[in-house]
Ligand binder design. Structure first.
Ligand code: PMP
Length: 388
């Protein structure tokens, strides 16, 4: 057998591996990135599915166009208009989750050996996806206000792409403030580097002032990714790319080659769901739930963690990020925490190097009571591990 070399240097998703260990029922897990199942609109999706079959019949089960179901693309474009982003439905391509959009972006925009600027730490799903295409990764640090714009200016000069999650980033929970957004938009215009803005959490803000995507400030063409995973359901696997035609066209060709089209049936079900329900009320209820869980986690960390452990206080999204004192290994801590039946994700896979003094905590999938109990256990572990 002579397998291709392409996949040899691509890391396995560390999180998927960890989830196998942390799935045991007696472990309190802050490891995954799962939305809370109580937020899934099961009954509404059931009746949307029935309506689709009743009204569209066989057409809903037929092959369809690569670009996606036109009324769903229209809905997305209309929603962007409310945020001051003027795009046409023709600028939208429906994808099988935004993860597929990352793959299509890579195929259309990243050459082997091409320079790709990543946030440090960065979304591991993007690192993994881009790694298949053999780019030269360059990282720019995140500060509490967003990406370090001086470092970005230096890195972006000869880069093909800057991949960013400016709102409630996975893994750090950090959000770019307004000035950083403007500066990023300016740097992209000055350098000709293409911004790929991934925004699955933008609508999940539970405190502070709402900010539109960087795209709203941009004068140069940019790519904006969205997803229904965190606001309706990840199991539907529905996301999208919003991009100018010159970027979208090669992505459409890549998608044809890859899976012909995103399932038409699920697109119709989702569209019907969006027509028949008040999605803003639904998203508000998710925000309220995650906001309370985030507060419980921050509160418990204040009470139980040793002072030397730094942490972010996210204003939205699903994650909080902790930094250990220098030289302390999060991976070793992970194994000690498992003995106490509590889990998190060590930070290493979120870097393109071997950094191991950070870890990610997810707060979307546990009740405030479990969060308090799990963080108390982790606090005890940390005290023992740090010798406090
Ligand atoms: N981008 C980021 C930043 C994410 O956190 C995720 C989900 N973990 C994705 C993309 C992929 O989401 P999906 O494919 O479900 O839309």
């Amino acid at each position: 057998m002579r397998l291709a070399q392409r996949m040899e240097s691509v890391p396995r998703s560390y999180i998927r591996e960890i989830l196998k260990v942390t799935a045991q029922p007696d472990i309190i897990s802050f490891a995954g990135g799962l939305p809370h199942p109580a937020s899934f609109p099961v009954d509404a999706v059931a009746s949307a599915a029935a309506s689709v079959l009743e009204e569209a019949g066989p057409e809903a089960l037929q092959y369809t166009t690569t670009e996606g179901f036109p009324p769903l693309r229209q809905w997305i474009a209309d929603r962007y208009k409310r945020q001051g982003i003027n795009v046409s439905p023709d600028d939208i391509l429906i994808t099988t989750g935004s993860q597929q959009a990352l793959d299509l972006v890579a195929k259309a925009c990243i050459d082997r050996g091409g320079k790709v600027v990543m946030e440090r730490p960065g979304y591991l799903g993007a690192i993994q996806c881009f790694a298949v295409f053999g780019p030269d990764f360059v990282t720019v640090p995140l500060t509490p206000r967003g990406v370090d714009t001086d470092a970005l200016r230096q890195a972006a000069g000869d880069a093909q792409v800057f991949y960013a999650v400016p709102s409630f980033q996975n893994p750090s929970g950090i959000t770019y403030d307004e000035q950083t957004r403007r500066e990023v938009a300016d740097i992209m215009a000055e350098t000709g580097c293409l911004l790929v803005e991934d925004n699955p959490y933008g609508e999940l803000r539970f405190m502070g002032q709402h900010l539109p995507p960087v795209r709203a400030y941009a004068s140069a063409p940019s790519v904006l990714l969205g997803s229904f995973s965190k606001v309706v359901s990840p199991g539907l696997r529905l996301g999208w790319v919003c991009a100018p035609q010159e970027v979208l066209n090669p992505m459409i060709t890549a998608k044809q080659a890859s899976d012909l089209h995103t399932p038409g049936f699920t697109q119709r079900i989702l569209h019907r769901y969006l027509m028949d329900n008040d999605v803003d009320t639904h998203i508000a209820s998710i925000r309220a739930r995650y906001g309370a869980q985030r507060d419980a986690m921050v509160q418990a960390i204040r009470q139980h963690f040793p002072e030397e452990v730094a942490y972010t206080e996210p204003e939205g999204g699903m994650f909080l990020w902790c930094t250990l004192p220098e030289g302390i290994s999060a991976e070793a801590l992970f194994h000690k925490a498992l003995e106490r039946k509590v889990a998190f994700v060590p930070g290493r896979p979120f870097y393109v190097d071997e950094t191991d003094d950070t870890f990610r905590l997810n707060f979307s999938n546990s009740s405030p009571e479990l969060i308090e109990e799990g963080i108390a256990r982790l606090g005890q572990c940390l005290r023992e591990y740090l010798g406090r």
